[in-house]
Design a protein around this ligand. Structure first.
Ligand code: NAD
Length: 503
């Protein structure tokens, strides 16, 4: 029996109960079907096998979940930070205890490779531990002195919040959004992506087993234009934390306008990795390969545009092409697999359409450029060379294992090309010249820049994008600013002159 056979047998065990029971909603501590009784099919991107029905939530379900979150809010917000800290650490313990089940379920539901998903649960648990430890400081503010006045600010949780997540790495992203909301004292209604609903249900169950009171965290499955829209429009939901496409982000803002919803948007990217001739080219190539071909390229911070100084363009693209050609595409539960199937047929067709666009626009397909295998939505790691930044392959978020390489002649040109995009999420810079790094990072229009590194997250730092990549920042204390209202109290410290009107 190979490791893959062994893993497949285990996965079947973990998935069995979903086939009959399906993925229910979770409202006020109970697993419930949609109020309408409707459900939809969830199929695995690996082989198209039915994974079980999913509750098709709508406005009635969102309303029940929002009411539950509203009812649970005063008690949860009223707990001390130390008590919330204890419960959130127990949630992290529960995640770690079921790490394998989470990883295998995520692989079969999303097509992401076990190589990366085996760490997803641990990353998720870390998110809970990090915010558990920050819960006692969530209400902290500042004191500010003015003439004759002392100001004290503090923060209070904003109320029940909605969290809407995408399908690319759903477990990790859900923990990333929900852990700080709970640490802040907010209650939550979560709407996961319809294409990858399974681990969100595991997560809310783990949280309640760990002692999270019923109603603090509610889950409504369903489609964006039904359950998602209803969540954005619900008057009891005070804020929407959204991760997804830029086009959907615009809808979130419009749908939330009627109730003046606070929104935080983490959207798409077309992130440049800029490589200068003085960089360690081998390390730069490894990092670029990792950032575009890991997680199937279905990654918001993927380095999807490779900008290389002309004098080393051939060398760097050769290195990347050689590495890409050696990457294993295969079953996500095979421990050697790097690239698994894309999320579904529609997304596969979108990614493959860029192979034709590349040819039509005159770029060269240096490696990949085609489907891998007959069944499943597998696409080979692809590198386009000879591209310009005007081509669709350089302008549009492909969200697959597809990299577009563009040469540049000068520092000014590198910055101009890097910034010539609608997006502004991340940028990566490779150079051994420190002053150049300082100059360029100051000019790059991106929320996050890594110098001589791939995306290495440090949880206290701000995470988010500029331009069409989003509004707002997560991470560290930044998440609390979103999930909380800041209140200022001004105390007079002298008997100052009060204007006398009317005598
Ligand atoms: P998507 O926008 O299609 O869907 C995201 C979520 O929004 C899903 O739960 C969906 O059901 C919901 N939704 C759709 N229409 C809605 C509506 N009208 N109202 C409310 N909710 C609605 O995104 P996707 O295809 O699932 O995810 C891929 C995208 O996410 C990519 O663009 C990627 O770059 C982005 N992403 C960004 C980050 C980040 O941190 N910036 C992280 C991961 C993914």
């Amino acid at each position: 029996m190979t490791q893959l056979d062994d893993n497949l047998a285990k996965a079947q065990g973990y998935l069995a109960h979903w086939r009959d029971g399906g993925v229910m909603n979770h409202i006020a501590g109970a697993s419930v079907p949609a109020a309408s009784g409707a459900s939809f099919d969830n199929r695995s991107p690996v082989d198209g096998a039915a994974l079980g029905p999913v509750a098709r939530g709508g406005a009635a379900d969102v309303n029940a979940a929002a009411k539950a979150a509203k009812a649970a809010f005063p008690a949860w917000a009223g707990l001390s930070g130390a008590e919330r800290r204890k419960i959130l650490h127990r949630v992290a313990d529960g995640i770690e205890a079921r790490a394998e089940e989470i990883a295998f379920t995520e692989c079969m539901d999303t097509g992401q490779a076990l190589k990366f998903m085996s760490k997803a649960a641990l990353r998720g648990a870390q998110n809970f531990r990090f915010y558990a430890d920050k819960a006692p400081e969530a209400r902290d503010g500042k004191s500010m002195f003015g003439p004759g006045q002392m100001n004290v600010s503090s923060r209070v949780p904003i109320g029940p919040v909605g969290v809407i997540t995408p399908w690319n790495t759903p477990f990790m992203l859900s923990t990333w959004k929900i852990a700080p909301a709970l640490a802040a004292g907010c209650t939550v209604v979560h709407k996961p992506a319809e294409l990858s609903p399974m681990t969100a249900k595991l997560l809310v169950e783990i949280a309640e087993e760990a002692g999270l009171p019923a109603g603090v965290w509610n889950l409504v499955n369903g489609f964006g234009e039904e359950a998602g829209r209803a969540l954005c429009e619900h008057p009891d939901i005070k804020a929407i934390a959204f991760i997804g496409e830029s086009a959907t982000g615009k809808l979130i803002v419009a749908q939330g306008a009627g109730t003046l919803k606070r929104v935080h948007l983490e959207l798409g990217g077309k992130n440049p990795v800029i490589v200068f001739a003085d960089a360690d080219l081998e390390r730069a190539a490894d990092a670029a390969v990792f950032m575009i071909y890991s997680l199937n390229g279905e990654r918001c911070t993927s380095s999807s545009r490779l900008l290389v100084e002309a004098s080393v363009y051939d060398e760097v693209t050769r290195l990347v092409a050689e590495k890409a050609a050696r990457i294993k595409v295969g079953h996500p539960l095979d421990p050697e697999t790097v690239i698994g199937p894309l999320i579904g047929a529609e997304h596969e067709a979108k990614v493959l359409s860029y192979m034709d666009k590349a040819r039509a626009e005159g770029a060269t397909i240096a490696v990949g450029g085609e489907k891998a295998g007959e069944a499943g939505h597998y696409v080979r790691p692809t590198l386009f060379t000879g591209a310009t930044n005007a081509m669709a392959i350089a302008r549009e978020e492909i969200f697959g294992p597809v990299l577009t390489a563009i040469p540049f002649e000068s520092e000014d040109e590198a910055v101009a090309v890097a910034n010539d995009t609608d997006y502004g999420l991340a940028a990566y810079l490779w150079t051994s010249d420190v002053t150049r790094a300082l100059r360029i990072t100051d000019r790059l229009e991106a929320g996050m820049i890594w110098v001589n590194s791939e995306n290495l997250r440090h949880l206290p730092t701000p995470f988010g994008g500029a331009k069409a990549s989003g509004i707002g920042r997560d991470g560290g204390d930044y998440s609390f600013d979103f999930y909380m209202e800041t209140k200022n109290v001004a105390f007079a410290t002298t008997e100052h002159r009060i204007p006398k009107l009317g005598g």
